[in-house]
Design a protein around this ligand. Structure first.
Ligand code: ADE
Ligand code: ZN
Length: 329
């Protein structure tokens, strides 16, 4: 028990956290009620149980629809930081934000981002938790609209918006990261960091991870579990120490993987890859950054030295400047 408390209290960063999923369950349900948004179910036991990633994304998309006003966004941002400080001693977090979900409802890029940034800045001031934002391409949308999204990043710069990513799934429920090569090339030319969800579930492969690295030129991978199916790629990415932002408890919810020493994340750590852990979607997987360590890493059989290495990987792989990294270390 003492070791699990240590894991929970260790100072932490997380690099892979979808902003919408920092909502509390109570607020998700009350906002859905207020705006008449139909959730797949209002029974929490069912609302937070999924057949697979595609099934989960139905619930996730419904949740994006409950954040309608600036106040909804700013309050969610602030309260989400406070909850993570209490749950797991969070010190720094990178958020995936997906403006295309909000654009589809008539909310513009700046209209969406500014209250999020305001709420997170207020939390940083009050609680000392730093942050950066990763703008995510929605894979359900076209390659052309992804380029338009990057053009928005370029024409409306914010100091905290430092990277491009991609999430959701294509309409065929595949990853196909290479589809967005033009958007990534444009973001890279303008100095943004690059990441991508790749190699996550059964509809993905090691080839998706390889394409993200070799075609898109990412400097980090979200998930990446399928990399293990290509030993040559593992060797190459170990050599490069390319950061993997993994999410232990989400894999149990979406892929049914037991949290034990045979888990893909445990194997990635043992293979010498650069692995950090994050919540992905806290409210949906009923997790928090404390539990990713005290339940996830603990069940993987990671010892104190290993857990410290994972926590340091969460600083090493961050897209912030070296001053911020020095503060976190
Ligand atoms: N959107 C929110 N969580 C996601 C995940 N784990 N994979 C892909 N898209 C997502
Ligand atoms: Zn994710």
């Amino acid at each position: 028990l003492a070791y699990r408390d240590y894991l929970r209290l260790l100072p932490k960063t997380e690099l892979h956290c979808h902003f919408v999923s920092t909502l509390s369950a109570a607020r998700l349900i009350s906002l859905a009620d207020r705006y008449g948004v139909e959730l797949p179910t209002t029974d929490p036991e069912e609302l937070f149980a999924y057949d697979d990633l595609a099934d989960f994304l139905v619930a996730f998309r419904a949740a994006t629809d409950v954040l309608r006003t600036s106040e909804d966004l700013a309050t969610t941002a602030y309260d989400g930081v406070r909850a993570a400080v209490i749950a797991g001693n969070l010190r720094y977090r990178e958020y995936g934000v997906n403006p295309q979900y909000f654009a589809a409802r008539g909310m513009g890029y700046r209209e969406f981002l500014e209250p999020v940034i305001d709420g997170l800045r207020a939390a940083e001031r009050d609680l000392g938790v730093g942050f950066r934002l990763v703008v995510a391409i929605n894979r359900r949308e076209s390659a052309g609209s992804a380029v338009e999204l990057v053009e928005q990043m370029i024409s409306h710069p914010y100091p905290e918006v430092v990277a491009l990513g991609q999430d959701d799934l294509t309409p065929e429920n595949t990853e196909d990261p290479g589809r967005f090569a033009e958007a990534y090339a444009l973001a890279k030319r303008h100095g943004f960091h690059l990441t991508a969800h790749a190699g996550e579930t059964a509809t993905a492969s090691a080839e998706d991870v390889r394409v993200a690295v070799d075609v898109l030129g990412v400097d980090r991978i979200d998930h990446g579990y399928r990399v293990l199916d290509d030993p040559e790629l593992v060797a190459r990415l170990r050599e490069r120490q390319l950061p993997f932002a993994t999410t232990p408890l989400s894999t149990r919810a979406l892929s049914g993987w037991a949290l034990d020493p045979g888990h893909r994340i445990a194997r990635m750590i043992r293979a010498g890859l650069n692995v950090s852990v994050s919540t992905d979607d806290g409210v949906f997987f009923r997790t928090d950054i404390g539990r990713e360590y005290s339940e996830g890493l603990f069940s993987f059989g990671i010892d104190a030295e290993g857990a410290k290495a994972v926590a340091l990987a969460g600083i090493d792989g961050a897209f912030c400047d070296s001053d911020e990294k020095a503060r976190l270390r």
